[in-house]
Design a protein around this ligand. Structure first.
Ligand code: PGA
Length: 247
């Protein structure tokens, strides 16, 4: 399984970051799961350059610009230059800050061009009884992938992150059955967009209040390939316990 630790902006103290990185490396060494650290950009710069360990690094976002006169922006190329190999694109916290469908599509393209594997986040605002949540997820995937070439589409990892279940104030917890349904649905949408049978190899992750208590049930029969973990990834004990649940 893949476990993406999304530190978001929870960690802004360098000593804490170093400690958490050291522990994450230890966890990765002892685990058969793949650990990807999606950590604030300066910490990627500090840790990824000389990284010879099993952990990989992900940008939490990339700039829409590809360089030039754009003060404050961090391009996909810059992330790649210091050793990041993944990029989260379209996280709901970025969509809320203004990333619309076209921004997400362009960022995906930049990430791929510069050798970053995109982790495309999709998820509905709320669950409804008419199945609108399914079409909302479909729309997010279609608008993101359609501008890409067939080959580029095969490189995307999709992370299903229902907005109602993520962050510091979730209003619900996903049931394993609902996750199974959504993973199947996402695979169906991907099958329509990817060439031949290549969508069978696409990775689908889940994110949203993933905790050590529920992770095993979510992993068991849902068909997910891994998890995107926010809050539970910034406490060493919780994170370690959570990874162990999947070993
Ligand atoms: P959470 O965050 O685990 O804190 O809900 C997940 C995410 O937003 O990626």
């Amino acid at each position: 399984m893949i476990i993406v630790a999304n530190w978001k902006a929870y960690i802004d103290d360098f000593e804490k970051a170093k400690k958490l990185f050291a522990i994450s490396k230890r966890i990765a060494r002892a685990s058969k799961n793949k650990i990807i650290l999606a950590i604030p950009a300066p910490f990627i710069g500090a840790f990824a350059v000389k990284n010879k360990t099993k952990v990989a690094f992900s940008a939490q976002d990339v700039s829409l610009t590809t360089g030039g006169a754009s003060t404050g922006e961090i391009t996909a190329q810059a992330y790649s230059a210091v050793g990041a190999t993944y990029a989260i694109i379209g996280h709901s916290e970025r969509r809320r800050a203004g990333d619309d469908y076209s921004v997400v599509a362009n960022k995906l393209a930049h990430a791929i061009t510069h050798g970053l594997t995109p982790i495309l986040c999709v998820g509905e605002q709320e669950r409804d009884s008419e199945g609108k949540y399914l079409s909302s997820v479909r729309e997010q995937i279609v608008t993101a992938l359609e501008p890409l070439t067939q080959k580029e589409r095969t490189e995307i990892i999709v992370a299903y992150e229902p907005i109602w279940a993520i962050g510091i104030d979730p209003t619900g917890v996903i049931a394993p059955n609902d996750l199974t349904e959504m993973v199947l649905y996402i695979r169906k949408v991907l099958a329509e967009l990817l060439p031949g049978k290549s969508s069978a190899h696409s990775l689908v992750l889940y994110g949203g209040s993933v905790e050590q208590g529920g992770i095993r049930a979510l992993a068991a029969n849902s068909g997910v390939d891994g998890f995107l973990v926010g809050r539970s990834s910034v406490d060493p004990h919780t994170f370690s316990a959570l990874v162990k649940q999947l070993d």
